[in-house]
Design a protein around this ligand. Structure first.
Ligand SMILES: C[S@@+](CC[C@H](N)C(=O)[O-])C[C@H]1O[C@@H](n2cnc3c(N)ncnc32)[C@H](O)[C@@H]1O
Length: 217
């Protein structure tokens, strides 16, 4: 058994159910109050994280984009009357701007041009806005280089980035960077759950939250 990485759109529904404990850890780790805020989720898939923010964190509005068109169709349906907007796209859609907070969870390792992504998020944030990006699939994470070598061609992945490379690319467009361990509590034991103890180490040690702040000036 190994931790879950994205494999295909077919597995999206399963993945969304299984990410709930990580999304909770993300909310327990961030250092802003989301209430009344305008929030962006890059690589939102079926929108589960934004629904959590709308129902539990009291955000004003949430916007999510993802290139998986079927997942966006599901996200729109599942959002019901919540103040959420979803768009199929592989970068921030035109006109989406002035966000207070942006998130991505396990998206950076899929991107072939990190600087372009960082630039798009920078432009979408208001001055002083914060981008929280969570990544466990990186070169310094035990077991991931082997997983990447086996799957890179099939999943059309870019080279495996180190955390330093990610931080360098994102700060290169003007963000200020900080990093935290996720405040993970219980990790569910299921088909996708970790072997013990390596899997716990993945969630407790190697899956990190990077905080990128757009300066106010
Ligand atoms: C591991 S999944 C994570 C999904 C979601 N963030 C979550 O927490 O469940 C990675 C997601 O990134 C999306 N993705 C792939 N390329 C992307 C891009 N260029 N921009 C944004 N998202 C992308 C995939 O379609 C997929 O939904």
């Amino acid at each position: 058994m190994t931790p879950t990485y994205w494999q295909s759109a077919d597995e999206d529904a399963l993945m969304q159910d299984e990410h709930a404990f990580i999304w909770q850890a993300m909310l327990d780790t961030i250092d802003v109050d989301l209430s009344g805020r305008r929030v962006l989720d890059a690589g939102c898939n079926r929108g589960g994280f934004l629904r959590l923010l709308a129902t539990r964190s009291g955000i004003a509005t949430g916007y999510g984009y993802d290139p998986a068109a079927g997942a966006i169709t599901d996200a729109r349906r599942l959002a019901g009357d919540l103040p959420l907007v979803f768009e199929p796209a592989s970068t921030v859609p035109a006109g989406w701007e002035r966000f207070d907070v942006a998130f991505s969870h396990e998206v950076l390792y899929l991107l072939h041009d990190l600087a372009a992504h960082a630039d798009a998020i920078y432009g979408a944030l208001a001055p002083g806005g914060v981008y929280y990006a969570v990544i466990g699939v990186h070169a310094d994470s035990p077991g991931i280089p082997d997983w990447h070598a086996e799957n890179a061609e099939r999943l059309k992945l870019p080279k495996l980035y180190s955390l330093d490379e990610v931080i360098q690319a994102v700060t290169g467009v003007g963000f200020e960077a900080a990093a935290a361990r996720l405040k993970i509590r219980f990790v569910p034991v299921s088909g996708h759950a970790p072997s013990f103890p390596a899997g716990l180490d993945y969630f407790y040690e190697h899956k990190v939250m990077l905080r990128f702040t757009r300066p106010r000036r």
